[in-house]
Design a protein around this ligand. Structure first.
Ligand code: PRP
Length: 183
């Protein structure tokens, strides 16, 4: 384990198993919805969700189109204001299509609340959310997350796409960062 990690939450094998379960559920749910000529549109929210999205897309046994958005919250990084700026928008038109927003973590829930509303305004057939981690966070925005990988504590979690100061995203497991690293 990396020296900066105090405790491992989920190892590589457990993550792979859970992603495979999510992929099977999504496949079963969307099989009847996806017309012969169409694909699920997975919207990966950069950058944290890139690792999860790459694995999840391959665990879904239906045609999947992958697109990407990059967003950032206004205000300081410690308190999410709920106002989100789109830094990179979708390349594809989602009108009439089935969309799954793929996120690494739901914290305050404000990013996903904004994103879902934004994508819904573009006239898709449906928008669901797949979040790898769902943090126990007081006052979290009301959000219907159809697919959740793991519930997790409100701690500083890194690995499997999640970073601290752009580090640790490539750790293959999820771990809790030692507090002396960020305090
Ligand atoms: C993280 C995460 C979500 C958002 C969740 O992104 O990837 O997009 O915060 O927080 P919320 O539920 O409080 O809105 P971050 O801004 O750290 O960027 P990153 O994906 O590039 O790491």
């Amino acid at each position: 384990m990396h020296d900066d990690i105090s405790r491992q939450l989920f190892d590589e094998q457990r993550i792979a198993q859970r992603v495979s379960e999510l992929g099977a559920t999504i496949t079963a749910d969307y099989q009847p919805l996806i017309a012969a000529h169409d694909q699920i549109v997975m919207v990966c929210v950069l950058r944290g969700a890139a690792v999860f999205a790459a694995d999840l897309a391959r665990a879904v046994k239906l045609p999947v189109e992958m697109d990407y958005m990059c967003v950032s919250s206004y205000g300081d990084s410690a308190t999410s204001s709920g106002t989100v700026r789109i830094q990179k928008d979708l390349s594809t038109n989602i009108k009439g299509r089935h969309v799954i927003i793929v996120e690494d973590v739901v914290d305050t829930g404000l990013t996903l609340k904004y994103l879902r509303k934004n994508l819904m305004s573009r006239g898709p057939a449906s928008v669901q959310i797949a979040a790898f981690l769902h943090k126990q966070h007081e006052g979290q925005a009301q959000l219907d997350c159809r697919y959740i990988g793991f519930e997790c504590p409100d701690e500083f979690i890194v690995g499997y796409g999640l970073d601290y100061a752009e580090r640790y995203r490539n750790l293959p497991y999820l771990g809790i960062l030692k507090s002396e690293i960020y305090s």
